[in-house]
Design a protein around this ligand. Sequence first.
Ligand SMILES: [Zn+2]
Length: 85
Amino acid sequence: MSCDNCAKDATQIRKEFQLCDRCYTVRYSTMTIDGEKMSLPDAFKLQLGKLGLGRKEGESIDQWSSRCKAWTNKTPYGKIIKEAT
Ligand SMILES: [Zn+2]
């Protein structure tokens, strides 16, 4: 059974829809930040922007990903990730 929105396997199956985890999260998950309820993708976008890690105009996904990885590697989280892999 595949997702109604993409080709991935559906993991969230209801009478009204069948979606993969990612599509379900994008459509239905919310987070409240500073008293404002927003979609999870919007919350991530807001938080990345606060860190200066928002996607720049003309920046490819690979470039953006590399910039975020470089930033993460400079933090204590990067050290933990390196030790765990
Ligand atoms: Zn999907």
